[in-house]
Design a protein around this ligand. Structure first.
Ligand code: SAM
Length: 272
């Protein structure tokens, strides 16, 4: 019992992951030898919680790295100051596995599991800039992934709905966004059909490669609403912005990007 108290005290002090890990391992061995396994389970659960909390810290180093990233984005042509302010405010390293935190502020996409990626910061900034979001607007994101893009949209003051089709990513992004106290709705399901129950939207963002523009998404746009969507083949896609003007879709074309595929009814697995 004394050993258990020592360990819990140690965990509460959060004295560095390595030392916590060593202490937990030592105690785990002891538990397996002498104590009931449910006690071991509780200690490991407590360790996991503390490890999660300590890995979710935003330091001056992270803030500095974000400022440098913002300058890179500016040089690459992102000019919307509100978008740049959002990038400088949202801790992107929270959305990657803590083992890869040092990659968070490089301008590149990164694997987040389930064969998916957190989009490159430039891509996030580019799509967000095209959306021209005003505070209070209702925005639908299709492809929550890590949740980073959703956090940027929230930071712009949008009322965000975001849909993810991979359960593991849905659960993980929900956890991170709630830790950041972001107020938004994250849903699990096929976003290629949109979210008719919440339509119309002032903006819809698709963060996966679509074979064509789903009519269902145009139908769910409000008058004056913008749909930003990468459309093409599985290798590369052209970024489109479709604006509903007098009830009709008006399409503008932008640069070429490479996204992971949109799946679902109006995606690449389509049987329609
Ligand atoms: N916006 C994400 C972020 O900030 O991390 C990056 C998105 S990742 C490039 C594309 C995501 O779209 C993947 O997580 C994938 O599972 C999801 N996706 C693909 N097809 C989907 C569909 N039909 N409905 C919902 N999510 C979908």
């Amino acid at each position: 019992m004394q050993k258990k108290n020592q360990l819990l005290f140690f965990l509460q002090k959060k004295r560095g992951h390595e030392r916590i890990r060593t202490a937990v391992k030592g105690f785990a061995d002891l538990c397996l030898a002498t104590r009931p396994r449910d006690l071991l389970f509780k200690v490991v659960q407590r360790y996991n919680n503390i490890f999660y909390q300590t890995s979710m810290q935003d330091t001056f180093k992270h803030i500095g790295l974000r400022m440098a990233l913002v300058e890179q984005l500016r040089k690459k042509g992102i000019s919307d100051e509100r978008v740049l302010a959002a990038v400088s405010a949202v801790p992107r390293h929270f959305f990657l596995d803590s083992a890869f935190a040092e990659h968070a502020y490089q301008d590149k996409a990164f694997a987040i599991g389930e064969g998916q990626t957190i989009s490159q910061p430039y891509t996030v900034a580019f799509q967000t800039q095209l959306l021209q979001i005003q505070p209070g607007e209702k925005v639908l994101e299709i492809g929550t992934g890590s949740g980073y893009q959703a956090a940027i949209l929230c930071h712009l003051g949008a009322k965000v709905f975001s849909i993810e089709c991979k359960r593991k990513l849905f659960l993980q992004s929900k956890k991170v966004l709630s830790h950041l106290r972001m107020k938004l709705t994250i849903l699990f399901g096929d976003g290629s059909v949109g979210l008719p129950s919440q339509a119309p939207f002032q903006a819809i963002l698709v963060t996966a490669a679509a074979p064509a523009v789903p009519q269902a998404l145009i139908d769910q746009l409000d008058e004056g609403g913008r749909l930003v969507i990468p459309v093409g083949n599985l290798e590369q896609q052209q970024m489109l912005r479709i604006t509903k003007k007098n009830g009709q879709p008006v399409t503008e074309t932008f640069d070429i990007f490479a996204f992971v595929p949109l799946t679902g009814k109006f995606g690449w697995n389509s049987t329609k």
